[in-house]
Design a protein around this ligand. Structure first.
Ligand SMILES: Cc1cc2nc3c(=O)[nH]c(=O)nc-3n(C[C@H](O)[C@H](O)[C@H](O)COP(=O)(O)OP(=O)(O)OC[C@H]3O[C@@H](n4cnc5c(N)ncnc54)[C@H](O)[C@@H]3O)c2cc1C
Length: 477
């Protein structure tokens, strides 16, 4: 019989690893501190409204297809992915708007309204990013060590990836208008990084937005972890909820994991819980100083009527975005004028609210808790009002008048609920010094048989990356 494997955490990465390992014949037990699976990709259900608590943009569907193929299953038996005709709407502080469509020709018409000749820049950008994508794509499924990066082979790869340039620099050469530069770089925030410090190769996120388009998982993104759980259970994995692991230790060749209900044993361990939290609290190790991603203030609203003027995905820029990013990533303050994102899945998927009503999820970019120089208590009502006021400018509707349900989630909630170190929603920062290749490896250097999967380890955060990380772990095992 194959080894017994304990997976700590049932986030998307933990469930994806559990499914692959169970398929490969291991005996898999997943221990989750909460009473449900999904990690940050969770759901709040209230009075018929269903809120995706975390991820909402389903991108790079080939990563999803890969895991179902790996497990010998058919994606369509588990998930209904719908491609969005309108990928997203961008709202600028001066009241102008840019719509991005599945149909690139329509997108180009929109781009031309902002910058004459901008559509040529768009084509050239896609061409350049395609080159980066072709170099980067296979690397998602490899675990890099410091030794790999010293080899001349890696230097050639690095040159192809524009690792000496920031996301902003890579994009800026194709567009004169600051508005278009904003529109083609804000996707770095999908991995919690500023485009001014994220390496140029992350511009493949923008590229894939336009090339592979944006998908919605009908029933909400929560269907993704549910699908992985179903697959893991089909192959025999067992899930244990309300079972927080307190400590990881090794006795001979066996791992002992302490829980409040006693110790459990395993031959091998895959940790899906946040890497830094694990090092400090489960392994009792000293932390290596590193930079962390940003955090977020979340507001979930159930409205008793439809809202006008918004699309499925909506991104709102402040007047001075560079200043806002400095506040979030450097000076660690809650901005007066923040960048925020509004997700209205009921534009596409009526199953997520009672009939005729609207489900709205708002993400306000916020600093993580490390050296935070501000107190959220003093800003939360102001931030909520600022967001409501900009939405009112567009829809003519005051959200306060149609509120039926409201939930909020702050940076310190990410720490408390999911054990995310410093409340950094996307784990480590992705910047020019700390890119996917220098994130913690997917295996432990000191304890043989201990592996890592999830947003704070290679190849990084975001659903496609953590799914790829689960493949790396399965291959290593
Ligand atoms: C607000 C938000 C929006 C996002 N939007 C997108 C998006 O649109 N598209 C996209 O692709 N990605 C998005 N992401 C990123 C993506 O959701 C994450 O990268 C991914 O879901 C992280 O998965 P994970 O496997 O690393 O684990 P996590 O979700 O961090 O799960 C880890 C699990 O471990 C559990 N755990 C922790 N400690 C213990 C312990 N001691 N014992 C047992 N269990 C423990 C936690 O409870 C949790 O369930 C978003 C993230 C956030 C937060």
């Amino acid at each position: 019989m194959r080894d017994e494997i304990a997976v700590i955490g049932s986030g998307v990465g933990g469930l994806a690893a559990a499914a692959r390992l169970a398929k490969n014949g291991y005996r898999v037990s997943v221990y989750e501190k909460l009473d449900r699976c999904g990690g940050v990709a969770n759901i709040i259900e209230d009075k018929g409204f269903k809120f995706d608590t975390g991820p909402s943009l389903v991108m790079m569907p080939d990563f999803l297809e890969e895991i179902f193929q790996y497990c010998g299953e058919n994606l369509n038996d588990y998930l209904s992915l719908k491609i969005l005709d309108q990928s997203y709407k961008i709202f600028y502080a001066d009241g102008t708007q840019l719509n991005i469509y599945r149909d690139s020709e329509r997108t180009k018409e929109e781009i031309e309204k902002i910058e004459r000749g901008g559509s040529r820049g768009f084509d050239r950008f896609l061409q350049e990013a395609q080159g980066i994508d072709s170099v980067l794509r296979p690397l998602f499924y490899r675990c890099f060590s410091a030794g790999n990066m010293l080899s001349p082979k890696f230097w050639n790869i690095a040159a192809g990836l524009k690792m000496n340039k920031s996301y902003w620099q890579v994009v800026s050469k194709f567009f004169k208008s600051v508005k278009l530069r904003y529109a083609f770089t804000f996707q770095s925030l999908f991995v919690g990084a500023s485009p001014f410090s994220a390496p140029g190769f992350y511009s493949i996120i923008t590229y894939l937005d336009h090339r592979q388009k944006i998908f919605h998982s009908l029933g909400g993104t929560y269907q993704v972890p549910l699908a992985f759980r179903k697959m893991a259970e089909k192959f025999g994995a067992k899930l244990f909820y309300n079972q927080a692991i307190k400590n990881i230790r090794k006795q001979g060749s066996e791992f002992i994991l302490d829980t409040e209900r006693g110790a459990v044993k395993a031959d091998k361990v895959v940790v899906n819980a946040d890497y830094n939290y694990t090092q400090k609290y489960l392994l009792g190790r000293k932390l290596t100083p590193r930079k962390y991603s940003c955090s977020a203030m979340m507001i979930y609203l159930g409205l008793n009527r439809k809202i006008k003027g918004l699309g499925h995905h909506n991104f709102f820029f402040p007047a001075d975005w560079r200043k806002n990013l400095r506040e979030v990533f450097n000076t660690k303050l809650f901005s007066q004028d923040p960048f925020f994102y509004v997700y209205v899945p009921t534009v596409t998927d009526p199953s997520l609210s009672p009939a005729g009503k609207e489900t709205v999820c708002i993400l306000i970019l916020a600093p993580n808790l490390e050296n935070l120089r501000d107190n959220i208590e003093e800003h939360r009502e102001r931030l909520r009002n600022a967001v409501f006021s900009r939405i009112k400018d567009i829809s003519g509707q005051d959200l306060k008048d149609s509120l039926e349900v409201e939930h909020r989630f702050y940076p310190h909630d990410f720490r408390k609920c999911y054990n995310l170190y410093n409340g950094a929603t996307f784990g480590f920062s992705h910047n020019l010094v700390q890119d996917i290749f220098s994130l913690p490896k997917n295996y432990d250097h000191y304890l043989k048989g201990l592996y890592y999967v999830g947003g704070s380890t290679q190849p990084g955060s975001g659903l496609p990356s953590v799914i790829a990380g689960s493949r790396i772990v399965a291959d290593l095992l």
